[in-house]
Design a protein around this ligand. Structure first.
Ligand code: ATP
Ligand code: MG
Ligand code: MG
Length: 550
């Protein structure tokens, strides 16, 4: 494949390696907050962080950014680990920001002793008001002048649980006139009497993101701390803490987050879809979560390919979901086994075929692979299920499927010609009657007849029944978060279509969970996680071609 040019992060790493900045070491981290399931945006960050380290002989830590006790849960920790592994990456260390609570506390004490942090009794509103505006400097309050001794005592009391939530905060004493609002004496600690999923009730003060993230990076000696663009204004503060504490000089770099159209990506919104029942769960196949994509039939390789193709940008942009679909088609076209399934069945009777006979046809598993990866036997008999849309009572010109007088090839079998059809009392077509040409059998065709259409089928006597689920975009508009109304008002009411009674080749009864199958002419499918031997359920991963229109 073609060598792509270096992205800007690779350029930075190569420069650091050239100058020996970190003695040739590359250590990145992926730092999820365990407050939801990972989504495709996180996959971008995972591929970037792990990919950079792999490329330059480095390593990547998985660090749970668990400094916010209220919304975090062990269920999320487990799902995150499963998803990162499934994507194909191995972390060097599994770490938790909460493991650094003692060290972070000590760091705060160091800053207090240096006169660079103080306990503030003001309310959140007062602090916000005293911060000034981007054009007007903030104003110091009386607490800013507290002595080191007083601050040490008060901070110890905060830790000891002497004050209720919100009564006091610890702030860094940086610069109330800074052009960067984040440097106007940012909060370092707040009081929160809450149980933490790892530290239990040990702590009632918790560090803010800005005081936890950079310090965690430094503790681990992360060389390149990669985050998304909204953290650019935090970078000065990131550096300030590291410089004042004289700890390992990790550096923060920012790239544009992945935005995908026709979906939402914030965990808060995805959680709402789950809790309000708009989707089945976090792993609903319509969700942009990694677990949803997996259940839908996406492969790790297709997601990594997608992340590679979108590249690393420094400016926000919106990626078309059809690129993601392109990537899974590319992968499944090479790997999926071909099978026949009739989703909307109508019966075909081959009137000149013996009643009690069954013939065995042969179909390759994968015509894209050398040797076809073997094949399977396909039973053929007098009565077949075919797709309702492959027959028309009054076919227009250039309809290369069935209508009275028209001929098609049955995939891997014979050429048939339609002679008549049967209707019920309501006028619905219920049966199509055809005759077959015995000398037209696939592979042994001596009929010299040329037909333009080939259709799929399954034998009525041998078919298995399955429920087939077809999916469409979860939202009707490109950017549901950026509309006037609540994003949920733009949910697509037709995002899930359930076909309870599809007929599939009997061979699919032993379909392998997690494997992709191409249902000929109908798309790529995979077994759903709730599929059982008694009730087979298939999800459509993607159609064969991009048929979606705005
Ligand atoms: P969300 O807004 O969806 O809750 P988050 O940034 O709060 O996302 P984190 O758990 O903090 O979620 O994210 C872990 C890492 O993944 C962070 O480094 C974050 O920058 C990155 N990340 C999150 N969303 C995206 C995205 N859409 N594109 C690229 N990286 C992302
Ligand atoms: Mg975050
Ligand atoms: Mg978040």
């Amino acid at each position: 494949s073609e060598e792509r040019s270096l992205n800007f992060l690779e350029e930075i790493v190569e420069e650091d390696l050239r100058t020996g900045k970190y003695a040739g070491r590359v250590l990145t981290r992926f730092p999820p907050e365990p407050n939801g399931y990972l989504h495709i945006g996180h996959a971008k960050s995972i591929c970037l962080n792990f990919g950079l380290a792999l490329k330059y002989g480095g390593k990547t830590n998985l660090r749970f950014d668990d400094t916010n006790p209220v919304k975090e849960d062990i269920e999320y920790v487990d799902s995150i680990k499963e998803d990162v592994k499934w994507l194909g990456f191995e972390w060097a260390n599994e770490l938790y920001a909460s493991d650094y609570f003692d060290t972070l506390y000590e760091f705060a004490v160091v800053l207090i002793k240096k006169g660079l942090a103080y306990v503030d009794d003001s309310s959140a509103e007062e602090i916000a008001a005293q911060k000034g505006t981007p054009t007007e400097a903030g104003t110091p309050n009386q607490f800013r002048a507290r002595s080191v001794e007083e601050n040490l005592a008060l901070f110890a009391d905060m830790k000891a649980g002497k004050y209720p939530d919100g009564a006091k905060v610890l702030r860094a004493k940086v610069d109330l006139a800074s052009h960067n609002m984040h440097l106007r004496d940012p909060l370092m600690y707040r009081i929160k009497h809450a149980n933490h999923h790892r530290t239990g009730d040990t702590w009632c003060i918790y560090p803010m993101y800005d005081f936890a993230h950079g310090q965690s990076d430094a503790i681990e000696e992360i060389t390149h701390s990669i985050c998304t663009l909204e953290f650019i204004p935090h970078r000065d503060l990131y550096n300030w803490f590291i410089e004042q504490l004289e700890i390992f000089p990790s550096k923060q770099y920012e790239f544009a987050r992945l935005n995908l159209n026709y979906t939402v990506m914030s965990k808060r919104k995805l959680l709402q879809l789950v809790t309000e029942g708009h989707v089945e769960d976090w792993d609903d196949p319509r969700m942009p979560t990694i677990s949803g994509l997996r259940r839908r039939g996406y492969t790790p390789a297709s997601i990594r390919d997608f992340c590679d193709r979108i590249g690393v940008a420094k400016r926000e942009n919106m990626i078309d979901v059809s690129l993601l679909e392109f990537c899974i088609r590319e992968d499944l076209n090479k790997t999926a086994w071909r099978r026949m399934a009739v989703l909307d069945p109508i019966k075909m009777v081959i009137t000149n075929y013996p009643e009690d006979e069954t013939e065995t046809m042969f179909g390759e598993n994968n015509p894209e692979a050398e040797g076809g990866e073997g094949g399977r036997e396909i039973p053929f008999s007098r009565e077949l299920w075919i797709e309702r849309e492959d027959f028309m009572e009054e076919p227009p010109k250039k309809f290369f499927r069935l209508g009275v007088g028209l001929s098609v090839r049955l995939k891997s079998a014979y050429i048939v010609t339609c002679n008549s059809f049967v209707k019920d009392a309501e006028g619905n077509v219920t049966e199509i009657h055809c005759t077959y040409l015995p000398e037209s059998k696939s592979g042994h065709d001596t009929s010299e007849l040329k037909v333009k259409g080939t259709i799929h089928w399954v034998s009525v006597a041998h078919a298995k029944t399955a429920e087939v689920r077809l999916y469409d975009r979860l939202f009707q508009v490109e950017d549901p978060s950026n509309e006037d109304n609540d994003f949920k008002e733009y949910l697509n009411p037709h995002s899930l279509q359930i076909l309870p009674n599809a007929y599939i080749e009997n061979d699919l009864a032993t379909a392998i969970p997690g494997k992709g199958y191409q249902f000929i002419r109908k798309g790529y499918f995979t077994l759903d996680k709730h599929s059982t031997a008694d009730k087979l359920v298939f999800n459509r991963t993607v159609t064969l071609k991009d048929s979606w229109k705005a």
